[in-house]
Design a protein around this ligand. Structure first.
Ligand SMILES: Cc1cc2nc3c(=O)[nH]c(=O)nc-3n(C[C@H](O)[C@H](O)[C@H](O)COP(=O)(O)O)c2cc1C
Length: 159
């Protein structure tokens, strides 16, 4: 029987959105990864933070180019989000077949997004097992549909 861990349960009760973090390597190879550890953290300047696993391909890309995008996922996009969680498909080709656009940063934005933003990294810290990137929001727009919550998908990434 598993031990009870109320603090972990409490962390699981925080309500998150769900997004694909878009990034690009130094030689222009795009990548996308599913993430929910993200939040706006300043009005002026307009800053947005995202926490990325130490060993993520996305981390290498952001370290190399200093930019990322956030594609906010719509309701009913569990299957879409799962395309961007498998380590085995990370990097080259992961976005194949997925309609994307690019804007000022050159990092990919999913056409399926209900909204997107793009950021240039202004600071980063490494307090635990994820790197926290804080980016200045340099662009963004609304797409179609209603944004999902992590809970709607039945998945979890917390504790
Ligand atoms: C529901 C869900 C939420 C996730 N949220 C995050 C997150 O906020 N940060 C993170 O680093 N990884 C998160 N992951 C794991 C990444 O999506 C996964 O490790 C991915 O393969 C990393 O891709 P990359 O190596 O191409 O960058 C999440 C996974 C799932 C299933």
């Amino acid at each position: 029987m598993s031990e009870s861990d109320p603090a972990s349960d409490a962390l699981g009760a925080v309500v998150y959105g769900l997004a694909v973090v878009g990034s690009v390597s130094a030689d222009g190879e795009p990548n996308g990864m599913t993430a929910n550890w993200m939040s706006q953290v300043s009005f002026d300047p307009r800053l947005f933070a995202v926490a990325i696993q130490d060993d993520a391909h996305t981390r290498s890309n952001i370290d190399a180019t200093g930019v990322f995008t956030i594609s906010v996922l719509p309701e009913g996009s569990k299957d879409l989000s799962l395309k961007f969680t498998a380590k085995s498909t990370s990097g080259e080709g992961r976005l194949e077949g997925e309609p994307v656009t690019t804007h000022a940063t050159g990092a990919p934005v999913l056409e399926a997004a209900t909204a997107w933003i793009e950021c240039r990294v202004v600071s980063q810290s490494h307090p635990g097992d994820h790197v926290v990137y804080v980016g200045e929001v340099i662009g963004g727009d609304i797409g179609n549909g209603t944004s999902t919550t992590l809970r709607d998908t039945g998945m979890s990434y917390s504790g």
